[in-house]
Write a protein that binds this ligand. Structure first.
Ligand SMILES: Cc1cc2nc3c(=O)[nH]c(=O)nc-3n(C[C@H](O)[C@H](O)[C@H](O)COP(=O)(O)O)c2cc1C
Length: 390
């Protein structure tokens, strides 16, 4: 099947532009051997390349290109299928945008093409090309330095030690890495009830697990820190008086409702939305905060924010994984961030495993993070420190 991969990248600082024609000659021959064609645009800083051909060939070429140190911040913008090649003339042709007049630039690029319908029918591939040629998306190019630019140094003050697991509860910090602050603690029961167990047993077990967590949080968590606890959404409905029981438990644990944030997973289907909304109102009226967790991974999507307005959302780690490499993930997360900013909802990015993910999200405006990148040594939060070049 005719496959298209489109990516954008940034030329490496130490690469002289004079090497490009030689590189293109070799690349063109290699592409031809895979039946891959395409075009490479260059604007003096960024590359934009369309690769088209049989899926196996395109992916093999793209893998080699991704490993090439002569460019970085490689973001895959599109991977799709098409009926015909848009640029079928050459294995690979270099088009330097700086050599052309601005007014006729797009036309000059399109003239290299072989696509019959060009921009007539809003072809996505060509729309990406137009956006690059017209430099319309530049504010969204968050260039992240290589992962090795940061050291993660465990905090030695003793103030940000990770709490050891005890009494069936583990505490995961939510942190603001650049502000060097822990901004909340997530308290997680070690033995979460199995969601597959039939109702109502699973909801009673869920509420009991949260009660145990609250007791421990009351003993361990500093007063000034918000405490996160997760609950299955329908527990609020299925267990009679669940909200009242929670409030009572919070009081007995010497915590205050305003300190507690209940995290409800968006992945859970909510069969009785009216009863659920009523329970949420009760929660909020008592001062307890609400977070929608695993945001973006469930069925509800952004529309959930038109019905329930949480104080926080936690973006699912599945969307964040390798976000620095993926245009579609970046677009989805940017729309979530914009939407939450308009609604004054705090965004937390969970499951951060590598420095590039964290840096991209910081550049996009996220402040609160969770993940092994900041807790890898298991004893204290590790703060990022920028390494001086050289
Ligand atoms: C911006 C850019 C675009 C490239 N495009 C291609 C390409 O379309 N096809 C290709 O075979 N190599 C391309 N290369 C070069 C490859 O990364 C790689 O050097 C080349 O395939 C030769 O493989 P080798 O280095 O393993 O010998 C490109 C490199 C850069 C920096």
């Amino acid at each position: 099947m005719l496959t298209t991969v489109i990516y954008r990248s940034h030329i490496a600082d130490d690469v002289p532009i004079s090497i490009l024609p030689g590189m293109v000659g070799k690349a063109s021959a290699l592409n031809a051997s895979h039946h891959v064609t395409g075009i490479l645009l260059f604007n003096g800083t960024h590359f934009f390349q369309i690769l088209e051909g049989p899926e196996e060939g395109v992916l093999a070429v793209y893998e080699r290109i991704r490993a090439d140190r002569r460019h970085h911040n490689i973001v895959e913008l599109m991977r799709d299928y098409a009926p015909s090649r848009r640029f079928g003339n050459a294995g690979m042709e270099l088009f330097d945008l700086r050599d052309h007049d601005r007014a006729s630039l797009l036309q000059a690029v399109l003239d290299r093409g072989t696509s019959r319908y060009r921009l007539t029918y809003d072809d996505r591939g060509l729309q990406f090309l137009r956006t690059f040629v017209e430099a319309r998306e530049k504010e969204n190019y968050f260039e992240v330095p290589p992962a090795g630019s940061w050291d993660f140094i465990p905090d030695r003050t003793g103030e940000n030690d990770l709490q050891p697991a005890g009494h069936g509860v583990v505490f995961h910090p939510v942190i603001d890495p650049l502000g060097r602050k822990v901004t909340a603690l997530e308290a997680v029961p070690v033995d979460r009830p199995d969601e597959q167990v039939s109702e109502p047993g699973v909801h009673i077990a869920d509420l009991n697990a949260v009660r145990r967590v609250l007791v421990q949080a009351g003993k361990t968590c500093p007063e000034h820190l918000p405490v996160y606890v997760s609950l299955l959404p329908m527990t609020l409905v299925a267990v009679p008086d669940a909200v009242r029981i929670l409030i009572e438990e919070i009081r007995q644990a010497a915590l205050v409702p305003e300190q507690i944030i209940i995290g409800l997973s968006e992945t859970q289907v909510i069969p009785d939305v009216d009863a659920f909304s009523a329970a949420v109102r009760q929660l909020k009226a008592s001062g307890i905060g609400l977070s929608i967790d695993n945001f973006g991974d469930g069925s509800a999507g952004l529309s959930v924010l038109t019905r329930i307005q949480p104080d926080r959302i936690r973006i699912d780690s599945a969307i964040i994984r390798d976000i620095h490499l993926s245009g579609p993930r970046q677009a989805v997360v940017q729309s979530i961030i914009r939407c939450c900013s308009a609604l004054e909802i705090t965004v937390i990015a969970a499951g951060i495993a590598c420095a590039e993910e964290w840096m991209w999200l910081e550049a996009a405006g996220v402040i609160n993070f969770q993940g092994s990148l900041f807790t890898a040594n298991g004893t204290a939060v590790a703060w990022p420190e920028y390494r001086e070049a050289g």
